[in-house]
Design a protein around this ligand. Structure first.
Ligand SMILES: [Zn+2]
Length: 251
């Protein structure tokens, strides 16, 4: 398949669990990794079979009600319906770091043996999050909006982690990340990124094209190829929606 025919790929966005078919149709062929923030939201989307949305099961570290409702048994039970876990992680500004660490450790120990992709939040806690990934030996991690320094990045790469980046990240930060580990994201509806909708990754692809000296089409092909490698090595390809898995197989 030639690069220009590939749909947009957004590796981290937030979509309401009750999104309608018309709203999804408005995204065209774009593939979006749609995070949930709580087990309550994950239960709402568990039986959806949207061909272009990859729903994640998450416990957002920055959302206190999501942390209070955390239940490892329910998470384990729901997990079989998901190819993606997200978002999970640590958030320095959100308080209760002890509780956050407990949940993050429990989530990682459950997902480490599962064929899933794992979108990880690390706001203000990059070094610590990367150490957790090392200890848990997670296969399919994607560090989203990762602001760690060069040492954190080296450790993350050793832990086989990938990075989903957006247009609000500093160019100097993006330059530190290896092209073969990068995916694009909008983190929609994060205001700083200025994406108009999920999968609006054009400005990120343009920015990457400038940094890598590639066309936006080449950038898109690179990120799809990266997702293929990650999906194969994590085993998540078995659980991805058929349209997404086919796109990966026929690259
Ligand atoms: Zn998010």
């Amino acid at each position: 398949m030639i690069g220009s025919a590939l749909p947009a790929l957004d590796a981290h966005a937030h979509i309401a669990p009750d999104v309608t078919p018309a709203q999804i149709a408005a995204l065209g062929q774009s593939v979006v990794f749609a995070m949930t923030r709580s087990l309550h939201e994950a239960r709402q989307v568990k039986n959806r079979r949207d061909s272009t949305l990859v729903w994640g099961i998450g416990v957002h570290p920055g959302v206190a009600v999501a942390r209070e409702a955390w239940d490892p048994k329910q998470f384990t039970h729901l997990l079989a319906s998901f190819a993606l876990v997200g978002e999970i992680g640590l958030d320095r500004r959100a308080g209760d770091m002890v509780g956050q660490r407990t949940i993050f450790n429990e989530v990682l120990s459950i997902v480490r043996s599962e064929p899933v992709l794992v979108s990880v939040h690390s706001s203000g806690a990059a070094t610590e999050v990367v150490e957790h990934l090392h200890n848990a030996n997670v296969r399919g991690a994607i560090l989203h909006w990762f602001n760690g320094d060069a040492t954190d990045i080296r450790r993350a790469i050793e832990a086989d982690a990938y990075f989903s980046i957006n247009a609000a990240m500093p160019e100097d930060q993006i330059r530190l990340l290896p092209p073969e580990r990068i995916l694009c994201e909008t983190d929609f509806p994060a205001r700083k990124v200025r994406a108009r909708r999920p999968a609006d990754i054009q400005s990120t692809e343009t920015l990457l094209g400038q940094i890598w000296n590639k066309t936006p089409e080449e950038v898109r092909a690179r990120t799809w190829w990266n997702l293929r490698t990650l999906s194969e090595q994590s085993g998540a390809i078995e659980r991805l929606p058929e349209v997404v898995a086919d796109t990966l197989m026929y690259l």
